[in-house]
Write a protein that binds this ligand. Structure first.
Ligand code: GDP
Ligand code: MG
Length: 656
């Protein structure tokens, strides 16, 4: 059985195989249609789908359960598909019909067999023991080629069981059935599970929703033509499938309907149904086509598809109401085949510019990605060395900028440091209040620590000792600040190194080792300096001018060095202590941050940059520059993608 294309101006009234296949017409149609279908086929075989955000143009068949979807596909393809009551189609079935000149009927079914494995069966624990078992699901691709059309039904059933299990469950994994034969039209359609209204025995309660979700996934795509199968023995307005199609395509630009079972309509409804078929009741932009397939009785009577086709023609020719549909090209399966092909080609033509644009977009993205990892170090020692010089000097430059605050990677280094330095300053200021409040405490301490002096006599030794005790308490927090600063700077150094050398694991490792060495020796050095600073602070020392300035600011009266003896009385001790402490705190608020920044950042960067250059003296520069294996893989993947996209673009350009 064959349905071949007829151009709109050339539709014969009576369907005649030999006439339609007749040479000239055939050739012209080959010219107009085949290249587009071939293009989509080629794009699919290139595997371009996985590179695109859009899908390739296809026709999807949807309808309520038992509306006649499979019967229509059967009639179009000339092969028997699984049928029965309930959900027979449980996975999307992509039916690729390819007309071949010469050669015999041949089909290939491909799908992915679901395999479940318990991840660690060796543990010996069974489910009943309560242990959780990890089940790993993997899919093994299957491809079976066969030459007997009567085997289609069995193979499709097997594939469904392999993918969706033996029960009544569904799966959204596609089964592809390609039929090559001189007797089919060129078409690709996807048959989807029918919309179930009520779950059958053994079916999950949410089966209806599951099926709808699956259908939605397909019909939502703007590249899909939705072919809605509507049986005429029910009210078209209540058809769920049509509602869904209208939901995703309110304009109706890619929806059209096939009316089935015209032999089963209620007497008296013919006029209304004719009006529906003529697009006068529920108007669809792409309209309706009425077909009559084999009923259950005819199947039971072993009526062949060929015979059914003749019977369909007779049915319409002799029908009191529907015969006019033949002239309007709105009835019979051959007419549907032509219509589908034309619509598909039309849709492909419309989608091409978008597809072309999408491919161009992807091409430029892939090229950009490739550029990032392109190049790589030269293989010859001289070239490799020059390359190393370049990347090292770039790294050193970046390090310098980082230490000057000109380069910001992720977080702002100087901001982070400032936050910590401010905390240190706040801590010093707070320590003042714990030292001097309550003020009676200071007086008590002075009295307690006095030597042979009578009360109210002054002793510089006591004054000094009290200050020394409190200054010493600031050392540990200063060391903590140093560690925090070290961590912050280390994070920034390693971040910058990864940024610069992520492609070269060996170089990155060497750099990190250097950073760690320099950081820890600088840390030791800074710690010594801080310790030394606190040893100096033990001396209690400031200039007279500075001391009096602070003292005067704190006290109501003004003192000068000539009034000194008046001041040196026990009652003024706490003011004097406070004045000195303030001076010391101010000194330390700057001194410790300056020390940490100098040792951990400025000097560390200087040392690191110098040390990095020693890498140029290495025996084996090639080893230092050996690349990450992931990069090689990524480059290969991108290259393959680039090839696919380029091929696809070349193919599209031939058709545009
Ligand atoms: P699906 O569930 O949508 O795939 O529906 P099927 O194609 O399995 O058809 C459901 C039932 O309707 C089957 O018994 C078919 O034989 C029958 N059927 C389909 N089309 C026609 C038709 O045009 N006329 C008659 N009388 N029965 C049909
Ligand atoms: Mg079906």
């Amino acid at each position: 059985m064959a349905y071949f294309f007829r151009s709109s101006g050339d539709r014969p009234n009576s369907f005649n195989k030999s006439q339609i296949m007749g040479g000239e017409l055939h050739d012209r149609l080959e010219e107009n249609i085949r290249p587009f279908l071939d293009l989509i086929d080629k794009l699919r075989s290139i595997g371009i789908q996985k590179d695109l955000d859009m899908s390739l143009p296809t026709i999807v068949v949807i309808g309520d359960q038992s509306s006649g979807k499979s019967s229509v596909l059967e009639a179009l393809s000339g092969v028997a598909l699984p049928r029965g009551s309930g959900i027979v189609t449980r996975c999307p079935l992509e039916l690729k019909l390819r007309k071949v000149t010469g050669g015999s009927w041949k089909a290939t079914i491909s799908y992915r067999r679901k395999k479940m494995e318990v991840a660690n069966p060796s543990s010996g624990k069974t489910e009943s023991s309560g242990a959780r078992q990890d089940v790993r699901v993997s899919y093994i691709p299957q491809t079976i080629t066969f030459e007997d059309p009567s085997l289609v039904e069995r193979h499709v059933k097997d594939a469904q069981i392999a993918q969706a299990g033996d029960g009544a469950g569904i799966s959204d994994e596609i089964i592809t059935l390609e039929i090559r034969s001189p007797d089919v039209c060129d078409l690709t359609l996807i048959d989807l599970p029918g919309i179930a209204r009520v779950p059958l025995q053994g079916q999950p309660l949410d089966i209806g929703n599951k099926i709808k979700t699956l259908i939605m996934k397909f019909i939502r795509k703007p590249e899909t033509i939705n072919m809605v199968v509507v049986p005429l023995n029910i009210d078209i307005a209540t058809t769920e499938a049509l509602k869904m199609a209208q939901e995703v395509d309110p304009e109706g630009t890619r929806t059209f309907a096939v009316l089935t079972k015209p032999d089963l309509i209620d007497k008296g409804t013919e006029r209304h149904i004719l009006a529906t078929a003529q697009n006068k009741v529920v108007p669809l932009r792409k309209g309706y086509i009425m077909v009559k397939c084999r009923g259950q009785q005819q199947i039971d009577d072993n009526i062949s598809l060929d015979e059914a086709s003749t019977m369909e023609r007779d049915f319409f020719e002799n029908h009191d109401y529907f015969s006019c549909l033949l002239n309007e090209n709105k009835a019979t399966i051959p007419c549907l085949a032509t219509e589908l092909t034309e619509q598909l080609v039309d849709h492909i033509k419309k989608s091409l510019p978008l597809l072309d644009e999408e491919i161009k977009k992807q091409l430029s993205e892939v090229r950009k990605e490739l550029k990032k990892i392109e190049g790589g170090p030269p293989r010859d020692p001289q070239g490799a060395k020059q390359y190393l010089i370049n990347i090292l000097s770039e790294f050193n430059q970046k390090m310098q900028s980082l230490s000057l605050g000109d380069l910001i990677i992720k977080e702002n280094l100087f901001n982070e440091l400032r936050v910590e330095y401010k905390k240190w300053n706040d801590f010093l200021n707070n320590s003042m209040s714990t030292f001097f409040h309550p003020s009676a405490k200071i007086k008590q301490e002075i009295m307690k620590n006095r030597g042979r002096e009578l009360a109210s006599f002054s002793s510089y030794r006591v004054f000094e000792m009290l200050l020394q005790k409190h200054v010493a308490q600031l050392k540990d927090p200063a060391i903590v600040l140093l560690t925090t600063v070290k961590d912050i700077i280390f994070k920034q150094f390693s971040c910058l190194s990864k940024d610069c050398f992520w492609r070269y694991p060996e170089l990155l490792k060497l750099t990190m080792e250097k950073i760690e060495d320099i950081q820890s020796s600088q840390h030791r050095k800074a710690e010594e300096r801080i310790t030394e600073q606190f040893e100096m602070e033990n001396m209690i020392c400031t200039q007279d001018d500075i001391y009096f300035k602070t003292l005067n600011r704190n006290m109501k009266e003004a003192f000068s060095d000539t009034q000194l003896p008046l001041c040196d009385i026990a009652s003024k001790y706490s003011d004097m202590l406070k004045a000195y402490y303030e001076i010391m705190v101010q000194r330390m608020a700057d001194q410790v941050p300056m020390l940490t920044r100098y040792c951990m950042l400025k000097e560390a960067v200087h040392l690191l940059c110098k040390d990095m250059l020693t890498l140029l003296d290495s025996e084996n520069v090639g080893e230092i520059l050996s690349e990450n294996t992931d990069i090689g893989r990524k480059r290969r993947d991108l290259q393959a993608r680039l090839d696919r996209l380029n091929t696809a673009q070349g193919e599209i350009e031939k058709c545009i």
